[in-house]
Design a protein around this ligand. Sequence first.
Ligand code: WT7
Length: 649
Amino acid sequence: MSQKVYPVQKQVKAAALIDREKYLKWYEESVENPDKFWGKHGKRIDWFKPYTKVKNTSFKGKVAIKWFEDGLTNVSYNCIDRHLKTHGERTAIIWEGDNPYIDKRITYNQLYDQVCRLANVLKKHGVKKGDRVTIYMPMIPEAAYAMLACARIGAVHSVVFGGFSPEALAGRIVDCQSTFVITCDEGVRGGKPVPLKENTDKAIHIAARQYVTVNKVLVVRRTGGKTAWAPGRDLWYHQEIASVKGHCEPVKMKAEDPLFILYTSGSTGKPKGVLHTTGGYLVYAAMTHEYVFDYHDGDIYWCTADVGWVTGHSYIVYGPLANCATSLMFEGVPNFPDQGRFWEVIDKHKVNIFYTAPTAIRSLMGAGDEFVTRSSRSSLRLLGTVGEPINPEAWEWYYNVVGDKRCPVIDTWWQTETGGHMITPLPGATDLKPGSATLPFFGIKPQLVDNEGNVLEGPADGNLCITDSWPGQMRSVYGDHERFVQTYFSTYKGKYFTGDGCRRDEDGYYWITGRVDDVLNVSGHRLGTAEVESALVSHNLVSEAAVVGYPHSIKGQGIYCYVTLMAGHEGTDTLRQELIKHVRSEIGPIAAPDKIQFAPGLPKTRSGKIMRRILRKIAEDDFGALGDTSTLADPAVVDDLIENRQNKI
Ligand code: WT7
């Protein structure tokens, strides 16, 4: 824990929307009287029919969460139409291509035209309110058009990250029974093509075996690369939008009508379809975007996430556009053509607010300061980070070198489930401590509990829960409300359990210490150990697998796999490579194992439960502190595991 404190700088405070006094006053009202507070702030979006009820939520029993429930609105209307009268010619999206010589600007007027056309195409092909549309796209403006077009007609989108494999895509298509897919011929990243349409074809094939038939695939032409074509099923995007009208009435949606599903990994089983709804989500995404980033009218804002993650949903598309912001969308990667790309793009487009992940910061820090200092970055005012705990060294580098000691570093803790920022500094209000996400946002009531559920007061180390609802909270697991209740509200009854460990210091600052469940955070991406294990055992030579995380200097956590082979098979380097390839193709490159240890046996209790605690220690090369191993069925396996560990330091 770094003891350093960086007080709010004068010039930051002077220009900021929220100062310390206002934060304290608003925060108090938000938790004392949420109805009054959110009743006021819910009006930041336009409603076709105003709500009269604000909060109707319970974390007990069946768990029911409703915000603004009798109001009618539309997310696409709020992100586009309502800005047109005054700001139709303002740039909504600056698109920066993978190739540094290619970019374009899309105004709000153009966004309206494109989204309406696409909405009309969806309608023409039978997509109706409540239908699920899968979006499997690279970082091109059409990805945002697709999300907004769904929102416009009340279809529920499920964006699947373009780095996921055909298997993973198929699983998500099947889970939400999605019969319409929007994709692209090929994506481009770091100069290399990504075969999205080919992956889609494979996924549709796999889905069909599970009795889910995709009827239509709308294909954006990005590279012009060759793709297979299924006549009658596949449609070219550019042809379709050319033959429909540029106007489409937004559907009046109830505040609690679903907006999107986003799959995320848990500690057990298949990824869960996190369900977000309309009104509360948009209010929360827009409000956090404005206050956390201290967004002022006219600012150029850049979040480097992918639209395939919640960060892209809330802070590239919905939050910024609801605020009539100019949001930069980047197709490429941080190290192409070289490691100076981010800083070059900041200068090129005069970016004021920049939001990225610790893993990117660490890897660029390793490239040397010259890549940064050759750029000016004089437009920058604020630096954000998200996705995993940021180590103080990376924080200091970001602050000193990238931000030239001028720009507050805003470390935002939140989750796919929370819809928006939860624990975060506000630039004009919060003194910063490197490595701490600091204090709760308006309306957020964090609580630390021990493993037995006892509430911890004052400075303490425990499991992070949230005791009351906020508008951006997920409402259910798609198609499995019981799993929602089980996963989040049963560990500590009546509380939302985040899955994170956390420390609160003497100033009431929160320090997230990482997941306490079997979820890994690899380069800011969430991955269930169970998912990687099931990918490994689907290989015909693998009999058993156990996966744990270990500290990794760039990725935060690396993936360490213990693999037991079928009898009579030898663990070779070739097989290691084959298993890595196998996991990549089952889940995607983000799940590729870093280390594979072949193990004749895994440490199990007498009842057959794998003792992960021991496996974690060995992977960390910290086997001096294995703790009690006397309950193991066969304590001797531990010696072999230690002997053959892959992370010998
Ligand atoms: C998990 C959520 C929220 C968008 C990106 C990830 C970790 C996230 C921080 C942070 C420490 C963080 C937590 C959390 N996490 N932000 N600022 N400091 N940890 O969303 O995939 O749903 O993952 O990411 O462990 O539970 P996600």
